[in-house]
Design a protein around this ligand. Sequence first.
Ligand SMILES: [Zn+2]
Length: 234
Amino acid sequence: MKDKIEQIRLLLSEIESATGDDDSQQFTKNYSALELPSIVSSVVDFLHPFMTPYEIAIYWYLFNRSIVKTGEQYARVSTRGMSAIAKSASGQSDDLSYGVIKKTIDALKEKEILSVAGDTNREGTLYKIAIPDEISMCKELMSKRVENEVAAIDTKKELDFYNVPENRKTVFERDGYKCHYCGKQLTRFSATLDHIQPVSKGGDNSFENLITACLHCNAERGNKSVMDFIANDS
Ligand SMILES: [Zn+2]
């Protein structure tokens, strides 16, 4: 008896491995609840720019039926079953027409956002719903965004002569490590930077807005303008 059960198990596992094709292997990919916020955000940021409102409506419907509900990127839906997922924009009827849904799904397939992942049966067609990470036009947009951000950070760094150590040095060198106010010779340990136009009054960290000062003069001056400070001091 025990042998028989063992044989049946073996047979079942053989059948299972024989019928498991590539598509069903992919079903193992699961999305955890933790990943969802970042996927939702990337859809809005990097996929919406490529979609029409109808495409967006159908995408989120499928997204909900797949990734949200099952953690997998697959959903079986029928064109007819989607007629009420959004209000028709034509104004002729409330429901989306068969033609609109069909056209929208074709457009989504064209854009690599949807793909047919299995046969069609009475419950509809099995679709794979792609996420931005897998769609080439989204990936392009993402890398462009990253490039811009890196460039912005670099530009900011280039312009910041107050916080970036190598930039601070260039200001001290320009001023010969001498206090702009009292003329005291300073070293790289005693030199401080003072904003000509105070940050509190809209001054920035540019090369032109910074001068070398000794700690004493820097503290004395505080938020006074350079002209006021020099006038009051002498
Ligand atoms: Zn000084």
